[in-house]
Design a protein around this ligand. Sequence first.
Ligand code: PGA
Length: 239
Amino acid sequence: MNLLRFDSEAAWASGVATFWRDRLRSNPRLKMCLPSGLTPNPIYAEMVRSVAAGEATFAQASVFVLDEFGDVALDDPGRAKHAVMHHLAGAVDLPAAAFHFLDPDAPDIDAHCRRYDLDIGDGFDLILLGIGLNGHLGMNEPGSPARSRTRRVDLHETTIASAARYFSHRNVPRWGVTVGLQPILASKEVWLLATGSGKAAITERVVRGEIDERVPASLLRRHANCSLFVEAEAGALFK
Ligand code: PGA
């Protein structure tokens, strides 16, 4: 795992965006998997600015949303699909047909997940991931098998408590649908993102602790092309 450390969140967002512009330039058809959550938003803002300035384009690229909450109203802005659309996909030149998302309301969720795996096809060129407070990746909670595919999952209590930040009401979802660890670990390139002192302990555990399924993010240490991007606070507990 490569470690890239930045002094401030602004430098971190701008640093990740520089790499992202480069990846889009060398492969305009970049197939990406992207998370919602609060962590990536400053990076998304940098990419929106880059596209507006003519420094990057998503015109030939494709985006798959990493996960989605269940039992949430279709128009709830806390839905992962709406968050990624609002902060990035709808604000850049990505064609609507190149934006893929999970539908927890699908009548047959298993069939819907198999379809998503088929659409993912030969895997992602690039995946961006936040780190859950319990080390989860997407909604792959501790104990998720490394070979898991896209599926319905129950959320852990820490994830439910943390997800409350995304919703303006108290009806916080307790389950969701997520891209599995298999396609995550099979991505050609993985960028793990962490900011803020609240992520310092889990980030240290991911970097220094044992590699095991109880901390899904630790499995990325075996990935051949994974970079961890931290700013000073998230990276405060390790060198
Ligand atoms: P956050 O969520 O970016 O809102 O901190 C990350 C996660 O729980 O995966």
